[in-house]
Design a protein around this ligand. Structure first.
Ligand SMILES: NC(=O)c1ccc[n+]([C@@H]2O[C@H](COP(=O)([O-])OP(=O)(O)OC[C@H]3O[C@@H](n4cnc5c(N)ncnc54)[C@H](OP(=O)(O)O)[C@@H]3O)[C@@H](O)[C@H]2O)c1
Length: 378
């Protein structure tokens, strides 16, 4: 018990505000552009958005950060420390023209904002899904894309999700390798009975990604989609990001997030993770890379849900974690398929963090924040 306590104190002492170290600045500037461009980041107060703004500012870019609710930006302003290089705009995807001012004068837009609604009623009819989920999702994306057209923005990097993919082939068998072509068919999600946890989010990501890519093709905007796996590591937000809560759900026992973790596992056969620093670097890398077109999976690696539990226990050694087995069906003991980041790596991107480090830092920051107790009860 004493050893456990000392171990947790050590974890807490490790700085988790250490997001993107300054000493790497020069290298990043050479690698990811010259820092003279102006970029817009939507959803700037969210988990990924807030860290991406910080990364861009650290690399010398001018940033137009959009936030839906002005009350949410005061704490971030001091953390970003952007001075004259930072402008903050209020913008809501549901309002037409809302992004006009923010994208004006920008060389590129990082479209990170998205509704994070995971589930709604269990068995909605077609009309409900069409009018309450699909149409608003499409409209929100098109509102932003139309602002981009109006102000001649050339490139949009869209933050997509691994939920747009499936590791099962059309006959329901596990694939050996999952790449960008392994699309999760929207009909499959809509027809599933009962609907998997997080199905609203899955539908919304499928619809918005398609709308952004199609609009780009039709209107001469280069749209690149970053297929993001579950993100962990440090965070700047004032509340604990949803993805951190998903990763830690076997420790916290939060049934909402445990069931999302289990749904991801059932669809992918494993849990793929990426570090917040790597996902932000990927966004910037793809924005500035002249040969980056289409969709790119961004995953540092994946592990079986049972291995995730072992990783968690290694860094937060409680004796009695919550029963993943009760939630997880499928892929529990199978050989995980490879969730391939080959397209991204072939373009020259190099990851900095492996799964072990992602889990380690997720736990360190959650202890520091007080989300995980430094004296676990069980
Ligand atoms: N984190 C992950 O593991 C993960 C994995 C795959 C994909 N992604 C994608 O990454 C993006 C960011 O996710 P996150 O983890 O950073 O989530 P987050 O912290 O919840 O951030 C979502 C952001 O979107 C904004 N937003 C939501 N609805 C909006 C609207 N109608 N108009 C304007 N802004 C709106 C939110 O603003 P409010 O604060 O006002 O709600 C918030 O800033 C999303 O596109 C998500 O699908 C994330």
């Amino acid at each position: 018990m004493v050893i456990l306590f000392l171990y947790i104190i050590k974890l807490k002492e490790e700085s988790c505000l250490f997001l993107f170290p300054q000493k790497k600045k020069k290298k990043k500037m050479e690698k990811y552009g010259n820092g003279e461009q102006v970029y817009c980041v939507t959803g700037a107060n969210g988990y990924i958005g807030s860290c991406l703004v910080k990364l861009l500012l650290q690399n010398g870019y001018t940033v137009h950060a959009t936030i839906r609710n002005p009350e949410k930006w005061s704490q971030l302003l001091s953390l970003w420390d952007g001075g004259k290089k930072l402008r903050v705009f209020k913008a809501d995807l549901e309002e037409e023209g809302s992004f006009d001012e923010a994208v004006k004068g920008c060389h590129g837009v990082f479209h990170v904002a998205a509704s994070m609604e995971f589930s709604t009623i269990d068995n909605p009819d077609f009309e409900y899904v069409e009018s309450k989920i699909i149409e608003p999702a499409k409209k929100g994306t098109l509102n932003l894309m139309k602002s981009c057209s109006k102000y001649k923005v050339k490139k949009v990097v869209f933050t997509s999700s691994i939920s747009t993919l499936t590791a099962k082939d059309t006959s329901g068998k596990w694939r050996k390798v999952v790449d960008e072509t392994c699309q999760n068919p929207i009909a499959h999600v809509l027809n599933a009975k009962p609907k998997p946890s997080g199905w609203v989010y899955v539908v919304s990501k499928l619809v918005t990604e398609e709308a952004a890519l199609d609009y780009g093709k039709q209107n001469g905007i280069d749209v690149v989609s970053v297929i993001t796996t579950t993100v962990g590591g440090s965070f700047l937000t004032s509340s604990v990001p949803a993805s951190i809560q998903v990763i830690l759900s076997p420790l916290t026992g939060d049934s909402k997030y445990l069931s999302i973790l289990a749904a991801v596992n059932s669809r992918m056969g494993s849990i793929a993770l990426v570090h917040i620093e790597d996902i932000c670097n990927v966004h910037l890398f793809l924005m500035n890379h002249p040969q980056a077109h289409g969709r790119f999976i961004c995953s540092s690696g994946s592990c079986l849900i049972t291995d995730l539990l072992n990783h968690l226990k290694q860094h937060y050694p409680i004796s009695n974690p919550n029963p993943i087995h009760r939630y997880a069906t499928g892929g529990l003991n199978s050989i995980p398929c490879e969730i391939s980041s080959k397209r991204l790596k072939d373009l020259g991107f190099k990851y900095k963090h492996d799964i072990n480090h992602i889990i380690h830092q997720t736990i360190a920051c959650s202890l520091d924040y007080g989300f995980l107790s430094s004296s676990p009860l069980n």
